[in-house]
Design a protein around this ligand. Sequence first.
Ligand code: PLP
Length: 385
Amino acid sequence: MMKDKKYLLIPGPTPVPPRVVEAMSRPIIGHRSAGFQAVMERVTGKLKKVFQTENHVFILGSSGTGALEAAVANLVHPGDKVLALSCGKFGERFAELARIYGGNVDFVDFGWGYDIDLNVVKRKLDEDSAIKVVLATQNETSTAVQNDIEGLGKLVAQYDAVLAVDAVSGLAAIDLKTDEWNVDMVVSGSQKAFMLPPGLAFISVSDKAWAKIEKNTSPVYYFDLKKAKKSIAKWNTAYTTPVSMVYGLEAALDMILEEGLPQVFARHALLAKATRAAVQGLGLELLAPDECASKAVTAVQSPMVVDADTLRKVLLKEYGVTFAGGQEMMKGKIFRIAHMGYAGKMDVIIAIAALEMALGKCGYKAELGAGVREAQMVFVGGEHA
Ligand code: PLP
């Protein structure tokens, strides 16, 4: 049996297309050369299209958490009232960062598996005019829940507070109209829907956010966005840019823009729909309800008789398929199937076919083909019913 064929279906890092790998293999040039400045100008322009913004967008050499830290370090002044909206692990992380930078954090936990309730947010903002920063997650990867960022952006825009959104696992998979929806800071990372290896992060900054950042005197060095703004005015960067990753980024952005943003979002929505239909066809329960289900990743409750992590081990050992597990309180209880970035219909079919067989090996009697058929039905639009 061929042991080395692997199917990576986790919500980051995700598979990297050959076109991106090829672009990254080009010879390095100096990061301060005229040639690289031209690359930065071009790539930033393409990145802005994916961010759907005219705001500054910075490319940072870091993981997604680094860019979350950049957002908080630049935005939050010690003592600032911060409204942190959380529905899982990454909402908790954003709040923790705000606390570390001295924020006076009002942590609102909507619960794992639930989305942000805008009525609660409105009440909080109405009750407390001192709130200066609102933190939220677009796609809560730990629970496969996506939030209504359009509603949130339009709501927070009516107040003085600045809205920063963690879109690390959702941008380029789920629509986020940064300018139209008034999202002041959008943070994302390279290794998810951007189809790159881990190592780059991106951050956009609105005029409303700059007004606050310019006044902030908190200590920040590597992630100083004021410094980054000065450098990028000359298409330069303050520190050494990961040159090869930027080459890869341009190839990935070209792929996204050639497919078209609406088409990219529709593809993710279709893959999510098929995955959800398939696991339900196997009699399994989904963690997130349809209304707030992520288009980029699906979280499935493992049947009572099956430990999710044992199931994942069988999937990897027998079929070379990797799903993500549950984090913290969800450990062993859920597994997560990603369908983000360089993902298509056959990735879903592989995931579900392997799942059906692995469930059987773990003692859960799933009818072989029952899930695959549901996914196929979504893909063919019911024409073979
Ligand atoms: N935010 C979200 C929503 C994520 O999914 C992740 C990673 O999974 C992060 C933040 C952290 O990103 P990184 O692991 O690149 O630091």
